[in-house]
Design a protein around this ligand. Structure first.
Ligand code: BGC
Length: 762
């Protein structure tokens, strides 16, 4: 009798306990009492349900929970119940799933079935730098810090799925969402995404890697069918996802909006069943992008587990609370009930979802998280400090010597504009955001006069989905008046810091559309040219997530790429400009001189049409294209300067010949030859000297960020195996390294190779 009562009461108690964990973090005593009560129950009750027994392997728990569920409960788990949540199994004490954007901070709460704000007052987060900035750090430890910090924020807010990170490859500098991704190189993106995922998931929060796959443009994103050959798919567009799944052990992945081989990526036989599940053995949850599901049968059979954001009743748009009408809701249930679809189809999905629950919400040992803390803000600042790239520094205009400077003229809208609001789903409600102007004022002594002029008007709106920056950026003066004022101010300053670039408004760095041109918008080129005429101590700071054209590059001595850097943006930038921190970021993508210097654009294949986009440049993306075409970029992939100098020794290989099962190690010394400490990202590229298929001139296969005191020298080693020499063979569907001569190149960027060594593959 007791057993019976106890097994009935048990799930309820567990449910209660979870609620305590959720809602009453501080209420330790109640929890402890619940814990004691539970222990008592466990010890008295030999029949603890297997799914609740944390000592049991997860797969056993999954099967046990599944065996207790009704068909209705199973189907309910496969689709959303609100904008960002999906049901658990209340009867069994299995909690709901709560997702959140992602990837730069925890999105503020929206209403149950609206995109509008829920007007909570406790959901202002720390905004971390955009993922382009993270990638530009070229430092996996910094990525781990990022993942840990944002994971803690998500955990505190009771989210168990973070919608990020994004690793779609930077194919064109016009893609409106490049700022949310990790650049143009599959190796760099792979190395940087893994620690982010591990950091997030250490908090019992699933990283949901997005958008799988081939989502490389915003224009036509809901319809475009990407035509890409298999080799390009495997060599360029998949590696970062594969690393996320196999090395990062990501617990979730998000399908993309676009199509591939005619099928939408959210329910795509090739991508989800063949590659993700069968080849890579992914055992996590496939989540649709919001509104990315378009078909019931395909979503049943083609690898999708959870449907989110469908804004339809299947017939028309805009029905509220239409969750029962989702493709994977009632239509699915009916097919199951009629026997047309076998129960094993829903079971497959529910297994994945239950596994997610045991890894996240039902892991009673997961940490509690923390939110909006100084520690997180400082982590964000550190990430930005490692990601900001010094592109050019003639005449040592930078760092600004604040002791020798009386007046700094700060010009440009981006010196004051809040950038954490806008850009689409990654928009945030930040606890605070330090602007570049404020940052500079924080970092210079009080006797330095920091004056400001707007210079140009870009985007005066500062709101997204009901979150407002609170800034009034309206301006009534003409462009000529603004230029005049800026130039007057610049004339009399010791140094001019122009802060411009792009912003998070439509057709800039923003979800939904792509940029229309490589040029800086809002007449900034003209303004920069005028400023260069009146003051030669000009620093141009670009805030963007994309490359921009710089027709004035020869007239401006110092150029900095400062990205979207979140809460501590201004402080991070100021610490670099004033030299408190020595810049060490390197570009995660190529800055072309002209749009035509990019492969997709040279071939006229971006953005394609609403029906299709042909990736005819193939594997020649980014520097692979400029290398092949012998085009000198404005700034190459991997480029970034420091306030100190580094001298590279000659690279040595530990052997001349390697066999297929062997490894080979390359060693090079790097010396800090300047007078201050700094960090250099040493890069290893591999070149196949002769091949039966076209190969890139060189490909990144290793990098190491080395920190060196003034005068200090270190040895940097890279060990590679055959996998670094391979191409994807479409005939055998396998990776092939052809015997012959290869070259290892050590460089400070893709355009600055310092030393090379040949070796043979037997
Ligand atoms: C975006 C996703 C995002 C989702 C939820 C979609 O529009 O493409 O990246 O996670 O919305 O906000």
């Amino acid at each position: 009798m007791y057993r019976k009562i106890s097994s009935l009461v048990h799930p309820f108690v567990l449910h209660l306990r979870h609620n305590y964990l959720y809602t009453n973090r501080m209420n330790k005593m109640k929890m402890e009492l619940t814990g004691i009560f539970l222990c008592l129950l466990f010890s008295l009750n030999a029949q603890t349900p297997v799914y609740l027994d944390e000592t049991k392997p997860i797969e056993e728990r999954v099967e046990d929970a599944l065996s207790r569920m009704t068909l209705e409960e199973k189907v309910a788990m496969c689709h959303a119940q609100s904008k960002f949540s999906s049901p658990g199994v209340p009867r069994l004490g299995i909690p709901e799933n709560w997702t959140t954007d992602g990837p730069h901070g925890i999105r503020p709460e929206v209403l149950w079935d609206e995109w509008e704000q829920a007007a909570w007052t406790n959901d202002s987060c720390i905004a971390f730098p955009a993922l382009t900035c993270l990638a530009a750090s070229w430092n996996p430890e910094i990525s781990a810090l990022y993942g840990k910090s944002i994971g803690e924020e998500a955990r505190y807010r009771n989210k168990n799925i973070l919608l990020g990170p994004g690793v779609n490859i930077y194919r064109s500098p016009l893609n409106g969402r490049n700022f949310e991704y990790m650049g143009e190189d599959p190796y760099l993106a792979s190395r940087m995404v893994v620690p982010y995922i591990q950091g997030v998931q250490a908090n019992g929060v699933a990283a949901c890697v997005k958008h799988f796959a081939l989502n490389n443009q915003e224009e036509f994103r809901h319809t475009v069918d990407v035509k890409v050959d298999d080799r390009t798919l495997y060599e360029i567009y998949l590696p970062a996802f594969k690393a996320a799944v196999q090395e990062g052990q990501a617990w979730a992945i998000m399908g993309a909006y676009n199509r591939y081989k005619g099928e939408w990526c959210c329910h795509n036989q090739y991508l989800l069943n063949d590659i993700l599940r069968d080849e890579w053995k992914f055992d996590g949850v496939v989540i649709s992008d919001w509104g990315g599901v378009n078909d019931t049968r395909q979503s049943i059979y083609n690898g999708l587990d959870m449907e989110f954001g469908t804004w339809t009743d299947g017939l028309s748009e805009g029905v509220s609370n239409a969750y029962d009408n989702y493709y994977l809701a009632n239509p699915f249930l009916e097919l199951l009930k009629s026997g047309e679809v076998k129960v094993e189809e829903v079971d497959k999905k529910v297994r994945n979802i239950l596994r997610l629950a045991f890894r996240t919400t039902m892991d009673t040992k997961r940490p509690w998280g923390s939110f909006g803390t100084e520690e997180h803000a400082l982590a964000g600042r550190k990430i930005a400090q490692e990601g900001i790239v010094l592109l050019q520094n003639k005449n040592n205009v930078l760092p600004i010597d604040v002791n020798q400077t009386k007046k700094i003229a700060v010009i440009g809208e981006n010196a004051i504009k809040m950038m954490t609001v806008g850009g689409g789903s990654s928009s945030l409600k930040a606890k605070y955001e330090v602007s570049p102007l404020e940052g500079l004022r924080n970092y210079v002594p009080s006797n330095v006069d920091v004056v400001y002029a707007r210079g140009y008007v870009g985007d005066t709106d500062g709101s997204y989905n009901g979150v407002s920056s609170g800034q009034d950026l309206s301006e009534s003066r003409s462009a000529a008046e603004l230029t005049r004022e800026a130039c007057e101010m610049a004339k009399s300053a010791d140094v001019v810091v122009f802060v411009g670039g792009l912003n998070k408004s439509d057709y800039q760095d923003c979800e939904g559309h792509d940029r229309k041109e490589l040029e800086l918008p809002y007449g900034q080129n003209e303004l920069i040219t005028e400023l260069a005429k009146v003051n030669s101590n000009l620093v141009v700071v670009i805030i963007s997530g994309n490359a921009v054209a710089m027709p004035w590059v020869k007239d401006v001595p110092a150029i900095v790429e400062a990205w979207y850097s979140g809460t501590e943006a201004g402080n991070a930038l100021a610490s670099i400009l004033t030299g408190e921190v020595n810049p060490s970021g390197k570009l995660p993508f190529t800055f072309p001189v002209r749009l035509q210097d990019n492969g997709a654009h040279a071939l006229g294949e971006f953005p394609g049409t609403a029906e299709s986009a042909r990736y005819n440049e193939g594997i020649f993306v980014g520097y692979r294209w400029t290398d092949k075409e012998k085009i000198k970029p404005l700034f190459p992939f991997g480029h970034g300067l420091s306030y100190t100098t580094f001298e590279y020794g000659k690279v040595q290989a530990d052997k001349k010949t390697m066999s297929a099962n062997d490894k080979i190690t390359f060693t090079v010394t790097v010396k800090n030859t300047g007078s201050r400490e700094g960090a250099e990202v040493v890069q290893l590229y591999i070149s196949d000297k002769k091949s039966s298929v076209p190969r890139p001139v060189k490909e990144l296969k290793g990098f190491d960020k080395v920190f060196l005191k003034a005068g200090e020298q270190k040895e940097v080693s890279f060990t590679i195996d055959k996998s670094a020499l391979c191409f994807y063979d479409v005939n055998t569907k396998d990776w092939v390294a052809e015997p012959g001569t290869f070259e290892a190149l050590i460089g400070a960027s893709a355009g600055d190779i310092r030393s090379k060594v040949n070796f043979e593959l037997k």
